[in-house]
Design a protein around this ligand. Structure first.
Ligand SMILES: NC(=O)c1ccc[n+]([C@@H]2O[C@H](COP(=O)([O-])OP(=O)(O)OC[C@H]3O[C@@H](n4cnc5c(N)ncnc54)[C@H](OP(=O)(O)O)[C@@H]3O)[C@@H](O)[C@H]2O)c1
Length: 223
């Protein structure tokens, strides 16, 4: 498959790029700072400089044309509410318009579990982040794309163990970025899993087992 990653220099994005390349896919890695090119090329992806906050949906559509799927894993990573709105919110909306215009039907969004805030005091910034993530989900879920939303729990940089718990409603927990990348690789190659929001945390099932179960329970049978 030919896959575009928006946020390819990020911690999840670079891991996903590496896994897709190892799997034999063709990957375009979109990132915003020219000095990040090395990270993207080291993963084996084709680098493409692209700033979500300044480029237009038409620019993005141009970059996405000819791809089979796009994965959005960019994020403002705590740089302020305005940036969160621009990247995690408007950036996703821009990607949806662009994917549609470029006829890239398969669109996967890395979002966040709403429970990240439950049972504890959170900053205004964090509450805003979760609101923006949810609003972006709503826009994608209302689109005509072949979408999938993946909501990981709290991300860690520990080595992946290849085991997860994945479902429509899972208890909040943590998950290694490595395992998020491995899960994204698997669902990118599973067309029967479409138009669902999947919550993902560390757990007992291997990733192929978890994806098989999701397909069994919620997969589109005719594909
Ligand atoms: N941290 C958690 O526990 C957690 C939990 C659940 C979900 N998530 C979500 O998971 C996703 C991936 O997380 P991560 O840890 O991989 O994040 P990350 O390492 O911060 O990667 C995000 C990437 O997005 C890029 N980006 C930011 N603004 C951009 C723009 N205007 N144009 C293009 N690229 C831009 C960043 O580039 P710069 O380096 O230039 O800023 C960075 O490379 C994010 O959407 C995050 O919100 C995180």
């Amino acid at each position: 498959m030919k896959i575009a990653i928006i946020g390819a220099a990020g911690q999840v994005g670079r891991r996903l790029a590496r896994r897709l390349i190892e799997h034999g896919d063709d990957v375009t890695g979109l990132f915003r700072r020219p000095e990040q090119a090395e990270v993207v090329t080291a993963a084996g992806a084709t680098p493409h400089v692209f700033d979500l906050t300044v480029s237009t949906p038409e620019d993005l559509a141009q970059a996405l044309r000819g791809h089979d799927a796009v994965v959005f894993c960019a994020g403002a990573h705590g740089t302020g509410m305005d940036q969160t709105s621009l990247i995690d919110g408007k950036g996703v909306e821009k990607a949806i318009i662009a994917a549609d215009a470029a006829m890239v039907r398969r669109t996967i969004l890395v979002s966040a579990m709403p429970e990240a805030a439950s049972g504890r005091e959170v900053s205004e910034d964090f509450a805003h982040y979760l609101t923006v993530k949810k609003e972006a989900e709503q826009v994608l879920a209302g689109s005509g794309l072949d979408w999938l939303i993946v909501r990981p729990g709290h991300l860690t940089d520990d080595d992946g163990n290849g085991r997860v718990r994945a479902g429509l409603a899972e208890p909040y927990g943590q998950i290694q970025r490595d395992d998020v990348a491995a899960f994204l690789l698997e669902v990118l190659h599973e067309p029967r899993l479409s138009r669902h929001i999947i919550e993902l945390v560390d757990g007992p099932s291997t990733i192929p087992e978890a994806v098989d179960t999701l397909v069994e329970l919620y997969g589109t049978p005719h594909l």
